[in-house]
Design a protein around this ligand. Structure first.
Ligand SMILES: Nc1ncnc2c1ncn2[C@@H]1O[C@H](COP(=O)(O)OP(=O)(O)O)[C@@H](O)[C@H]1O
Ligand SMILES: [Mg+2]
Length: 423
């Protein structure tokens, strides 16, 4: 929906070590002379004078007096988009509001404060108090039922219905497309990822197994566990962007790989969807470039070896609990047992032969990941050996059924991974 009325909101940030937010600046979406959305962001004076102030993001919105402008993504800056809802969260908001599509700023304003990262949005110049109440583990059954009704499209587009009100409980403004909610346990905040009635295998258990397999391959993967709720498995992933303290939750800043690449989802921007470019951006962003570039290389190999073809740039992120940025733990690792035995493509370019998930291709640009040839080969062949040897037992140990393991078998170390490129 477009409108010639400017959309305005304040952007809040929870600073490193703090448990409540301050106002960082003001964000406006106007219409440019051609009628297209134009986003503007300015840091507020008191924020610029705050000695503890940090950049909203290390790429696009550096701490400065400038007025930042963007015409990308309907006028929404990457770091703000990363803090907003994605497919799943937008669906919840649209149903709740009873209208099929909202203005971009309204998605930010109407999403609850459980969002990824340290940012918040509001219409007051002063931020609200941090949320005190989160859904508890015990409420998972209700949340699962509401999520399921939403997936099945059984919730009417009417804000007055009880079901639409129930969506408030789901709350989530976390990104991604799968049904999820944020919940609190005694040890902190988790993302609950639910199964869908049309899943071809037990997604929660398989994702749990892939996170474990990734760890066995030396990858820093998000912590996860499975809980069974009313006969259905739910995957709980510990939030790596929140830390519980006696005073409340501290929040890490977070940007997606998409923002680091200055790219978006539009087909025209996809030539920037690249591990190689991401490694180069990473070198400018993080405090430990060598370690993080090596880790990214390892994840690229791993994704190729489990046929995780959904490894798009929103499934990579950077976080900062203090002034230093690091690659976030790995998440959303899903094997895809596609038919092709000869060639599979990752979602991002991984070598000179483009997106081809192949050992020689992956090895073709190793210096860009700050590796020497020997180290790079060791990672590729070591990861291959580990995946081939342990994917099956790890899956079963994580509760994947033998039947599901057979369904996903074709995803692991497919023949084309080792194909000789002949040059
Ligand atoms: N453990 C985590 N801690 C904090 N944020 C996370 C975590 N896992 C995922 N996220 C954020 O939530 C988004 C959705 O999670 P993801 O697992 O990718 O779901 P989906 O399968 O729906 O894509 C991610 O893009 C990322 O921004
Ligand atoms: Mg995802």
């Amino acid at each position: 929906m477009t409108s010639d009325v400017a959309q305005v909101c304040f952007v809040y940030i929870t600073l490193p070590g703090a448990v409540s937010a301050v106002t960082a600046g003001r964000f406006v979406i106007e219409t440019d002379s051609r009628g297209d959305p134009l986003g503007r962001f300015v840091y507020g004076r008191s924020y610029l004078e705050n000695p503890d102030a940090v950049d909203i993001d290390p790429v696009e919105l550096k701490l400065a007096e400038d007025t930042y402008e963007t015409i990308q993504m309907d006028g929404v800056f990457g770091a703000l988009r990363d803090a907003g809802p994605d497919f799943w969260g937008r669906r919840i908001i649209e149903k709740r509001a009873g209208i099929p599509k909202l203005r971009e700023i309204d998605y930010l304003l109407q999403s609850p404060d459980d969002r990824a990262g340290a940012l918040g949005f509001g219409t007051n110049s002063k931020p609200p108090a941090p949320p005190r109440k989160f859904n508890q583990t015990i409420e998972l059954e209700t949340l699962q039922e509401i999520a399921e009704a939403l997936v099945r499209d059984e919730i009417p587009n009417n804000p007055d219905t009880e079901q639409a009100q129930d969506l408030l409980l789901l709350g989530t403004s976390m990104g991604g497309a799968r049904p999820k909610a944020v919940i609190e346990s005694k040890s902190g905040l988790w993302i609950a990822k639910f199964s869908r009635y049309d899943d071809r295998w037990n997604y929660p258990r398989v994702e749990h197994a892939m996170l474990e397999l990734a760890r066995q391959c030396g990858i820093d993967a998000a912590e996860s566990r499975i809980v069974n709720v009313a006969g259905k498995d739910v995957l709980l992933i510990r939030r790596f962007d929140r830390q519980r303290t006696p005073a409340g939750y501290t929040r890490a800043r977070m940007i997606s790989g998409l923002t680091a690449l200055r790219a978006d989802d539009a087909p025209a921007a996809r030539d920037r969807w690249s591990y190689i470019l991401l490694a180069e951006e990473l070198r400018r962003i993080v405090s430990e470039p060598k370690a993080d570039a090596r880790e990214l290389f390892r994840r690229m190999c791993f994704n190729a070896l489990i046929s995780n073809m959904d490894d798009h740039p929103r499934n990579h992120a950077f976080i900062a609990f203090d002034r230093n940025w690091r690659l976030s733990p790995a998440y959303d690792l899903i094997p895809l047992p596609t038919v092709s035995q000869d060639r599979r493509d990752l979602a991002m370019e991984c070598g000179r032969q483009g997106r081809f998930a192949n050992a020689a291709n992956i090895l073709s640009e190793y210096p860009r990941f700050l590796l020497d040839h020997e180290e790079a080969e060791k990672i590729v062949y070591g990861t291959q050996e580990q995946v081939e040897k342990t994917w099956y037992n790890t899956s079963l140990k994580c509760g994947v059924s033998a039947k599901d393991a057979e369904t996903i078998r074709g995803a692991f170390a497919y023949p084309g991974f080792s194909r000789d490129l002949g040059n």
